[in-house]
Ligand binder design. Structure first.
Ligand SMILES: Cc1ncc(COP(=O)(O)O)c(C=O)c1O
Length: 404
């Protein structure tokens, strides 16, 4: 029998990132020496006090269904975090918990999009954004940026892409894959455009907010434009900051009507997030961030290492990431060159394939809506980043301008 699948599911695909990782893993399992720089999760373990809270939750019988918008204690902790760290005042009813930030985003699109609704996605973007939009009947509209713009959306570009059908603008800062962080002036100019289009909702994905390499105090869109809070959904979580990707806990804060509708969506898909995951996330928020500076220091050292080596490679242009744990590299200069076996390099996929043969796995920029670029993760052991940077440099140097 041929299985007939829904139109909805045929609009989306498994993430390119997962595919790149699967290829790297398969090659490693087959005995090849591959350094995997595809990973989108911290190489650090979840801090011990968080694990202990999870064990305690199990022991004390916190093993039952939870309320769909999340356990009250965790929502209170998120409310407090948003007030203290981000200077954002939210009622408890404006906060929801879900199975990761990914589900918060999915719920938001499911709750608001109808066919024809457009979602503005500055490119490069995290690939789930367009697929989540498509799955929920909306139309992703891509706004490409460039190295010269630091891979950031500008006010002029934003204005040029807003139409009567625009429902959402998605802003992800620090960005995956770019590592770009919007500064105060950039946020102010985006806000001044958004004020003129009051029907546009704003999704702020701040999942990487604590992983930043400058010493500036963090500033978000709602700090420079508090008046936009009525139509903004702030999305955050514990995955990246607390090395808790597998626990599946994220949060959203936004207008109550939206949060309530998102809860309805969630109540008919997964119900409340795991009781144990939420107990662990509560301990994460309550336990503070004392462990973090060492991790950020390690990410920063790896970033510096990779950026320094790759910046000196003929054919590569590196966007120096200000946060997050990826280094995004433009490889336009390698196109038109020949591999030692005579193959012509014509795209970022070719570059990724060639680097894989040289023992380094990255992800082609086309997965993030910007070509020809490659994303390398620095969420992996420092000695691996060091060895990978040498392999990339050597492989690029072995490309020639004419076939032999
Ligand atoms: C930009 C961005 N937003 C959201 C997520 C999803 O995070 P979570 O693990 O909380 O679902 C990711 C994960 O890679 C991400 O890169």
């Amino acid at each position: 029998m041929t299985m007939r699948l829904s139109r909805r599911v045929s609009r989306v695909s498994l993430s390119a990132n997962a595919a790149a990782k699967a290829t790297a893993t398969a090659l490693r399992e087959a005995g090849q020496d591959i350094i995997d720089l595809t990973t989108g999760e911290p190489d650090f373990d979840t801090p011990e006090h968080i694990k202990q809270a999870a064990y305690a939750a199990i022991e004390s019988g916190q093993t039952k269904y939870t309320p769909t918008p999340g356990i009250r204690a965790l929502r209170l902790a998120v409310q407090q975090k948003l007030a203290q760290e981000n200077g954002l005042p939210y009622q408890l009813s404006a906060i929801c918990i879900a199975n990761g930030a990914k589900q918060v985003i999915f719920n938001a699109f499911a709750a608001t999009l109808d066919p024809g609704d457009e979602v503005l996605l500055p490119a490069p973007y995290w690939p789930t954004f367009p697929d989540s939009v498509r799955f929920n009947e909306g139309t992703p509209v891509f706004i490409e940026s460039s190295l010269a713009q630091g891979c950031k959306l500008t006010a002029e570009r934003l204005e040029a892409f807003i139409t009567a059908n625009t429902r959402w603008l998605v802003l992800n800062s620090p960005g995956n894959p770019s590592g770009a962080i919007y500064d105060q002036a950039e946020l102010e100019s985006l806000a001044s455009v958004l004020r003129r289009f009051p029907n546009v909702l704003i999704l702020l994905d701040e999942l990487y907010e604590h992983i930043r390499f400058d010493d500036q105090p963090p500033i978000g869109l709602l700090n420079v434009a508090p008046d936009l809070i009525e139509r903004t959904l702030v999305v955050g979580g514990v995955s990246k900051t607390y090395a808790m990707t597998g626990w599946r806990v994220g949060f959203g804060a936004g207008p109550e009507t939206l949060i309530n509708a998102m809860s309805v969506v969630q109540s008919q898909s997964t119900s409340g997030a795991s009781s144990i995951g939420q107990a662990a996330a509560l301990a994460a928020f309550q336990g503070g961030l004392a462990f973090l500076p060492n991790q950020v220091k390690a990410y920063r050292a790896r970033r510096d290492l990779l950026v320094n080596v790759l910046s000196a490679v003929d054919g590569l242009e590196v966007l120096v990431p200000q946060g997050g744990f990826f280094v995004f590299v433009c490889c336009r200069g390698l196109l038109g060159r020949y591999c030692p076996d005579g193959r012509l390099v014509t795209s970022d996929s070719d570059v990724v394939e060639y680097l894989l043969e040289a023992g380094v796995a990255g992800v082609a920029g086309n997965a993030y809506g910007l070509s020809p670029w490659v994303r390398f993760s620095i969420a992996t052991a420092t000695h691996d980043v060091e060895e990978a940077s040498k392999r990339i440099a050597n492989a690029c140097a072995a490309l020639t301008r004419s076939s032999v």
